[in-house]
Design a protein around this ligand. Sequence first.
Ligand SMILES: [Zn+2]
Length: 318
Amino acid sequence: MFTGPANVGKTTLALDFARALVCSGTPPPCDHCAECRMLLANGHPDVEQVESDDADATDFTALWDTSVADRPSRALRIERVRELIRSCATRPSQARYRVATLDGSMVQDAAASALLKLFEEPGPSTVLLLRANAVEGLPPPIASRCQIVPLRPVPATDIARWLGEADITPDLALDCAGVSGGRPGLALRLAKTPGAMDSLGKQVVTALDLVGADTVARIEQAGIWARNYATTRAAIDLLSLVWRDLMRLAANEEVSVSLRSARPALTDLAGQLDIATLGRQLRAIARASRLLDANVQPRLLLDWLLLQLRGPLPRPLP
Ligand SMILES: [Zn+2]
């Protein structure tokens, strides 16, 4: 099981690993043998990718791209798991291994108990590759049968250099790398989507406005952001980004502010908040992030979180 934040590279690594398992060249994955070429082109008969489509927008774009965010739930259907169990019971047709890759966040309810059987008795030469944002989001009996490979965020300078190799201009590369939180896939998507950084800037202003907002406005904003898992995850990631920058500015660490267009507003607000308050609020954001992956109801979670993000109390009247 590969764990780590969305867009950090879990799918890319799982597919490379799957390719290494079926590759007949050296060193695997060789990119040139029949198995590698088949998998890269249209897929391989011994490699099953059990997912709807991987561009699941569990990133900031879910906040404004409603066509993606309002898609129906991606829960794994029980019929699909039964199909998988049947195919995993047979020998691989041409490679040494039969490989299945699955998104752990899709594994719920009835599908989870069916899948557990597969994890208890995988077929001959079967390798199951799971991905999950956090181990806690998976049923413990499944998680306990996995070897867990945690993926850590990639340094922003490395991401910026990598974006540069993909013909992204240096300024845009730095901005996208800075806001990506160490997730190369997110940085690339922001860089390649026209207007994405402008839309993100507007969301940052919305987040900053929360500090001085009244309770009604907070609850309203929670409703807008908590439409589904993807939008809630995006909102929590956004708040984490903004509050980390506020903290850096409040501590006079000016160099690493990630969203340069929002810098004046961030600097202004950082001057009004003390470090203890910001620290408490950052801990609340981190806690909300963990609870979301432990399947806490998104609306309740954001209602609670946005109430924690109050600014300093107004000065008493003279
Ligand atoms: Zn190969």
